[in-house]
Ligand binder design. Structure first.
Ligand SMILES: Cc1cc2nc3c(=O)[nH]c(=O)nc-3n(C[C@H](O)[C@H](O)[C@H](O)COP(=O)(O)O)c2cc1C
Length: 185
């Protein structure tokens, strides 16, 4: 079993990105992983914006990264890139906070014009933090994510299949890595 940190970088209180991540968390849990959810918006703004590396909430968040075998990083696309909120946390983590970890990058956005934002914007930032492996990511159009009155999340069929596939690839990569590390003692 691997420990997965599932990080949403949306500042929105009704975030589709966060809901999508929580939905995918269930799939990872069903595959035997322990999942810890982190919504960056719940961290203190003064610590994020004031670069307060020593703030207890930032230290706790950094510890969650350190303990994780895998990290799901989800962001809304803002101005053709990741959210500033997500970056404000990543900037406060150690340089190689993703060392040895398997990472799944995900984004939601309003236009397919920015479908490559994961690859030209998010992936290089994550790669600079030293992960063992960044598995294929996925961009989901916001209109493909519907939240019912009872809070049930529905993802449009094509996107749902693609998300299941990238989540399973991430899960498999995590499994391979934890087996390798266990064998190495
Ligand atoms: C300030 C702002 C900027 C945005 N810029 C883009 C953009 O450049 N490209 C895009 O595809 N969508 C853009 N969007 C749409 C959001 O990425 C999209 O609605 C996303 O699913 C919102 O996720 P959330 O509900 O988790 O916050 C923008 C939305 C906001 C509020």
């Amino acid at each position: 079993m691997a420990t997965v940190l599932s990080v949403s970088g949306s500042p929105s209180a009704t975030s589709r990105t966060a809901r999508l991540l929580r939905h995918l968390d269930e799939r990872l849990i069903a595959q035997g992983h322990e999942v810890i959810a982190l919504d960056v918006r719940t961290l203190p703004a003064e610590a994020l914006l004031g670069a307060d590396f020593a703030h207890p909430a930032i230290v706790r968040a950094a510890a969650l990264f350190e303990q994780a075998d895998g990290v799901v990083v989800g962001t809304p696309v803002y101005k053709a890139a990741y959210s500033g909120l997500l970056k404000s946390l990543l900037d406060l983590l150690p340089q190689y906070a993703l060392a040895g970890k398997t990472v799944l990058p995900l984004a939601t956005g309003g236009t397919t014009a920015h479908v490559l934002a994961i690859d030209y914007a998010l992936r290089p930032v994550l790669a600079s933090m030293g992960p063992a492996h960044i598995t294929p990511g996925w961009f989901t159009l916001d209109r493909d994510i519907t939240v019912g009155e009872d809070g049930t999340l529905t993802v449009a069929p094509g996107s749902a299949e693609a998300l299941a596939q990238v989540t399973d690839q991430f899960s498999a990569a995590l499994g391979e890595r934890t087996t390798l590390l266990a064998a190495a003692g």
